[in-house]
Design a protein around this ligand. Structure first.
Ligand code: HEM
Ligand code: MTE
Length: 465
């Protein structure tokens, strides 16, 4: 057998672009696939996502690679092997509150490591209607709690009713499983565009703080009725608390109006399944709330307790965060009591392909993206412009499972001829079934926390000759 040179993972990681050569690993083999990048049937952008690292986590998501001819093809590009000492992972730091966090997919774009906040790259975001669990955006405020499923109990408290303490087995046995396909979006999605106008406080999300899954679990309504919830008049809320806590013991919390929780049409569930698998640790294992059509912040993960209360959750994240303000309000003048907590989100859309600054070939251009609106308001149309918003065409909405009331996003596509040498400004904007539209610019919706960023999405590209 031929002797191959040995490399460390750090050495492989230096080869991430065609200029530095594109290296990847599979098993303990190292490959230089620079010459294959442009030939890749899945597109050069996708193969480059794995550049400098292991192929397995990517191939696990795209099963086409499981065929023998793919490995055969790869073998031609072998240039080396990993050093044998590369196998052992570094020992965990036990002082670090985040040391128990789970492993993550290398494709995720990390906005903050501790706590972990990350979004899928745009090229993969609209590759499938349901976002693979490994790529689903993650928004954690605190370390991921380690939960022993056997001893886990959910506490349910209803005034005038009885307190319940439910095991996972009881939740599955006593309540019928309800499934709902719903998009979750963080209030801070597209915040980076707001900070370009004026600085804002918060994680710099690009367009990927949004993802879609099929969730399965017990209806919150059924659980509250089992706890003896009777007729309630006046203002009531359902407060959720997570098991995740900071150094002072303060837990993540949020609430929704009781009316939404009890409405059979609103489909609020306590989910133990995500895309047919048990909930991943980053997404709330073993149980989370899913509130379709509502800002992600209310879908509390690692659910510890559910309590019906005359007041909203006292949590910082319900009271002093996730609220919108006039563009003139600054950190000296802001009064968080003056604005309602965000629940249903406004209509949103973004272009996922091509990427800003891309050089696209002359001929037919394909523009792809997503569109979604809060409150179950179906997206009825996506308009796309190639000239900065002067003229418009209608994008084609890809087939979707639900019409009318829609908790999930619509993916869309537009094909248009483009001439060599042109500089284009691609723009998209969506319309929901209440005929709500998106604002043209960021200026009028700018706010100090950088939430609700839903202006027309603009992507400049050049067309090569
Ligand atoms: C398709 C090879 C890396 C995403 C394919 C196909 C081959 C291939 C041969 C066509 C399979 C068939 O239809 O029979 C490779 C090799 C890679 C690589 C050799 C690395 C050296 C990646 C990565 C991703 C990816 C990292 C994702 C991030 C895809 C997708 C398709 C595909 C989505 C399907 C395209 C379509 O059907 O439209 N790849 N691939 N590939 N690849 Fe890869
Ligand atoms: N629940 C708990 N317990 N802790 C959290 O930090 N983050 C919230 C919400 N639920 C959070 C939580 C926010 S702001 C969002 S946008 C969603 O979870 C993100 O869910 P995901 O990480 O599964 O995408």
């Amino acid at each position: 057998a031929p002797q191959y040179p040995r490399y460390t993972r750090a050495e492989v990681a230096q080869h991430r672009t065609p200029n530095d050569r594109v290296w990847v690993t599979h098993g303990s083999d190292v490959f230089d696939v620079t010459d294959f990048v442009e030939l890749h049937p899945g597109g050069p952008d996708k193969i480059l996502l794995a550049a400098g690292g292991a192929l397995e986590p990517f191939w696990a998501l795209y099963a086409v690679h499981g065929q023998p001819h793919v490995l055969e093809l790869l073998r031609e590009y072998k240039v080396g092997e990993l050093s044998p000492e590369e196998a052992a992972p570094p020992p965990a730091d036990t002082e670090d509150p985040f040391a128990g966090d789970p492993p993550r997919h290398p494709a995720l774009r990390v906005n903050s490591q501790k706590p972990f906040n990350a979004e899928p790259p745009p090229e993969l975001l609209t590759q499938s209607f349901l976002t693979p669990n490994e790529l689903f955006f993650t928004r954690n405020h605190l370390p991921v709690p380690s939960v022993e499923p056997g001893s886990y109990r959910l506490l349910v408290e209803v005034p005038g009713g009885r307190s319940l303490s439910l095991s996972l087995a009881e939740l599955r046995r006593r309540f019928p499983k309800h499934e709902v396909t719903a998009t979750l979006q963080c209030a801070g999605n597209r915040r980076s565009e707001m900070s370009r106008v004026r600085p804002v406080k918060g994680l710099s999300w690009d367009i990927g703080a949004i993802s879609t899954a099929r969730w399965g679990g017990a209806r919150l309504r059924d659980v509250l009725l089992a706890a003896g919830l009777g007729d309630k008049s006046g203002e009531w809320h359902v407060c959720f608390e997570g098991l995740d806590k900071d150094a002072s013991g303060t837990r993540y919390g949020a609430s929704i109006p009781l009316e939404r929780a009890m409405s059979p049409q609103a489909e609020v569930i306590l989910a133990y399944e995500m895309n047919g698998q048990e909930l991943p640790r980053d997404h709330g294992f073993p149980l989370r709330v899913v509130v379709p059509g509502v800002v992600g912040a209310r879908s509390v993960k690692w659910l510890r307790s559910v309590a019906v209360s005359p007041a909203e959750s006292p949590s910082h994240w319900q009271q002093n965060d996730y609220k919108g303000f006039c563009p003139s309000v600054d950190w000296d003048s802001v009064d968080f009591r003056a604005a309602p907590a965000i629940q249903e989100l406004p209509v949103q859309s973004a272009i996922t392909e091509p990427r800003p600054g891309a050089a696209v070939p002359a001929g037919e251009l394909t523009v792809k993206g997503y569109a979604w609106s809060g409150g179950g308001r179906e997206v009825i149309r996506v308009d796309v412009s190639l000239d900065g918003g002067r003229t418009w065409r209608e994008a084609e909405l890809c087939p979707r499972p639900e019409r009318g009331r829609a908790w999930a996003w619509a993916l869309w596509e537009l094909r248009a001829p483009v001439a060599a040498g042109a500089r284009l400004e691609l723009v998209c904007k969506a319309v929901d079934r209440s005929y709500n539209g998106q604002p043209e610019g960021v200026g009028g919706i700018w706010n100090l926390r950088g939430v609700l960023s839903n202006a027309w999405h603009r992507v400049p590209v050049t067309v090569t000759r």
